[in-house]
Design a protein around this ligand. Sequence first.
Ligand SMILES: Nc1nc2c(c(=O)[nH]1)N[C@H]1C(S)=C(S)[C@@H](COP(=O)(O)OP(=O)(O)OC[C@H]3O[C@@H](n4cnc5c(N)ncnc54)[C@H](O)[C@@H]3O)O[C@H]1N2
Ligand code: MOO
Length: 487
Amino acid sequence: MGAGAGRAGGAVVIDDFDDALALANGPATRDGARQRGARAASEPGRAESPGARTEGRAPEGAHGDAPDQTPDRAPRHAPGNTSGHGVGNDPEDGEQAGAHHPAWGRARELAHRAFRPLAPRRLSLEQARGHTLASPLHALTDLPAFDTSAMDGWAVAGPGPWRLVEGPPALAGGPLATPLTDGLALPIATGARLPEGATAVLRAEAGAVRRGLLTGHTPEPGADIRPRGQECRSGAVLLPTAAPLTPAALGLAAAAGYDQLAVRPRPRAEVLVLGDELLHRGLPHDGRVRDALGPMVGPWLAALGAEVLVTRRLGDDAEALAEAVATTRADLVVTTGSTAAGPVDLLRRVLRERGARPLVTGVAVRPGHPMLLAELPGQIPLIGLPGNPLAAVSGLLTLAGPLLRGLTDRPLAEDRTATLAEPVRGHPRDSRLVPVVHRAGPATVRPLSYAGPAMLRGIAAATALAVIPPGGAEAHAEVRLLDLPEA
Ligand SMILES: Nc1nc2c(c(=O)[nH]1)N[C@H]1C(S)=C(S)[C@@H](COP(=O)(O)OP(=O)(O)OC[C@H]3O[C@@H](n4cnc5c(N)ncnc54)[C@H](O)[C@@H]3O)O[C@H]1N2
Ligand code: MOO
């Protein structure tokens, strides 16, 4: 099983937040950490959340069909992938190198399935915007619901010329006109119900009326008629589960007869920016730097599917951090900085003291390997993004993206691939995420400069991140691409 700790199928990878720190301090401690992890994985109970069910949570299996209930964030322990197959076997994952941290692909899988989707809610169409469908959108009616005119003109019956019948024109939303027999015609507006017996619509610009007689080229039978059910029959599946409720999707739902929709709500996220050295305006001075993550992480989480409640700046204040994680009202807490082993890196200590459960305590990816995923009491996920800006992006795409998709019952996004224009150096054991820009069409990408962990120039110019497998990639190699939200 190689790095067995990461392979047991449950979300528990290793059993202490400090294992990642141990790794950071050198390979001598790595084996010890790995053994602890293997033990954790081999204890059946470890993969389950002790006392995971609390009041107000849907029981396992109940999610998906119960609107209007309290958000459900009990960890959903995926059925045991104990074979060691599936995630992690991709050579790109790098797990074969014996890395202690889960391989990059494996970490994404863990983040995706570590928590059960939030319970569905029933929302009005206006409120449903930006959430995802909790169940397929079935048409509640035929569309169109009746035979209707596609043009302004005349409803005609049989070949022309036609005699205009007495009475008001057929208007959209108006009363149904009296039936026509061959040789008769009636003025009709776009969207009006077609009178029985009409065989076609003659466009206004294609006919002329003189003394009650309509002349014009006889249209083909059915011309400019939208027959009932042309777009769909009642009951047809218009959109699948988990489809995003875009403006067009809301329009479709309204047309198909919906007043409310069962949605998976966008997970509400709270961002906690840590670091006493951060400035929030002006120029860097006296060893202090501008907070680059505060302006970036919230919008990025929103683009990945979260509703960001607030971004708070907590400095390196352990008490404030403890208070924030204990009282959060969010479905997901995201911290920045303080993931590593520095003198004021207090995140792991605070998490341990708060009784948080470590799920991923580091990932075999560069930059960003100190990123972490934990479960706060109350089954609230917490993602720790490293403080180096590009490392934070790596954490957003490695852990936050998949976690948000899991919370909204969406599958992991399918990766695209592209060909590298130049060779890219790799890390010996870990995957690398490298900012790239598309060149001459979508199929080829060029790695960008200024892509160090503490840099932002590369990622700001990038259209995607390329996943470079351990050992590197040659020019013309095909590599996986991660889309940058909003790129
Ligand atoms: N002994 C070791 N030290 C470090 C290791 C290691 O393995 N062993 N890993 C390095 C890596 S990799 C990263 S990434 C960082 C992770 O650090 P933290 O998550 O603990 O973040 P900080 O120490 O708080 O900050 C690191 C760096 O980033 C700057 N920073 C932090 N927040 C922001 C922000 N909001 N905007 C802009 N810049 C920010 C901070 O000033 C530091 O320069 O640890 C390495 N160390
Ligand atoms: O996460 Mo660090 O370099 O890998 O920036």
